[in-house]
Design a protein around this ligand. Structure first.
Ligand SMILES: Cc1ncc(COP(=O)(O)O)c(C=O)c1O
Length: 288
């Protein structure tokens, strides 16, 4: 009798029964924002931080937050009920369905609120040990990349180009500086120093990015937020891409050439261990 439940506008129902209007502005314009939160053993990872970013995204598109953090926690707990494995929680809020298609905000409209849980598996040990291939591409996205907008066409086209070039991710270059990946943040290591571009409108403030910085600081790894040019990328000892679902991945090939010695580096090994410890602490309910 139907698949796992999803949440839509106050109801929990099987996914095939979850329906929205064709006039929904998310469907017509991509007028909405989203979040992706991993959950391990029934515990959402860094929930507070993800919900704070969701609020920032909503503020960024001038949409009032339809739910309080406590409401979200209740909804997500219900979606995870009886599902003890690892899940990705997807939350989406659009400006809702107006009675006609018009770019300007409708005077009266009720946001559409949707959430679902999808099983995830961590990157395979083979993939982790081998690392991924990346290609640098022109960052053709808009100027408000700090908003986690559902309007992802540029990211999609860039990721598709990377895929067609046999790569797992694209590293995006804007005005000569690397910003981030199509769905991940960027770190490099040079002479033992961990570097990542500073937050701002040209990149999404990744929750994994913050965690990696926190873990690095706690472990005494020297770090800095700094601009990363193409030459810095090409001369890096290590390159990492981070995201909630792909965790910390080492880039071992850049534009067809090996990064460092072509294998994930020692600092990546250290960081990935620290990250796994965090995840395991969460499973036992010790960390949020
Ligand atoms: C463009 C972009 N940058 C960075 C990230 C990483 O963010 P997080 O670590 O919060 O998953 C994502 C995640 O999907 C993303 O889409």
């Amino acid at each position: 009798m139907g698949g796992p439940l999803v949440y839509l506008n106050g109801d929990f129902l099987p996914i095939e029964q979850a329906k929205i209007s064709v006039l929904d502005r998310g469907f017509l314009f991509g007028d909405g924002v989203y979040e992706v939160i991993p959950a391990y053993g029934g515990h959402p990872f860094r929930l507070k931080q993800h919900l704070a970013r969701l609020d920032d995204s909503l503020r960024g598109i001038r949409l009032a937050s339809p739910l309080a953090d406590g409401d979200w926690a209740t909804i997500l707990a219900r979606l995870l009920e009886g599902r003890p494995g690892d899940y990705s929680l997807y939350l989406q809020i659009t400006r809702g369905a107006a009675d006609k298609r018009d770019h300007a905000f409708p005077a009266v409209v009720k946001p559409t609120v949707f959430a679902m849980a999808t099983p995830i598996s961590p990157p395979s040990p083979e993939k982790l040990q081998k690392g991924i291939a990346a290609v640098t591409l022109d960052d053709v996205r808009w100027q408000l990349c700090n908003i986690k907008s559902i309007t992802l066409l540029a990211n999609i086209l860039l990721r598709q180009q990377a895929t067609e070039e046999g790569c797992d991710e694209a590293i995006l270059i804007r005005d000569g500086q690397a910003t981030e990946g199509t769905a991940s943040n960027l770190f490099i290591v040079k002479d033992g120093l961990l570097l990542t571009p500073a937050k701002g409108p040209s990149l999404l403030p990744g929750i994994t990015r913050d965690l990696v910085l926190e873990l690095a600081a706690g472990a005494g790894i020297p770090l800095a937020e700094a601009s990363i040019g193409l030459a810095d990328l090409e001369g890096a000892d290590e390159i990492w891409m981070t995201s909630s679902t792909r965790e910390v991945m080492a880039v071992t090939t850049l534009n067809g050439r090996p990064v460092g010695n072509g294998w994930p580096g020692p600092l990546w090994q250290r960081m990935t261990c620290l990250y796994q410890i965090c995840k395991e602490r969460l499973r036992t309910g010790a960390e949020g």
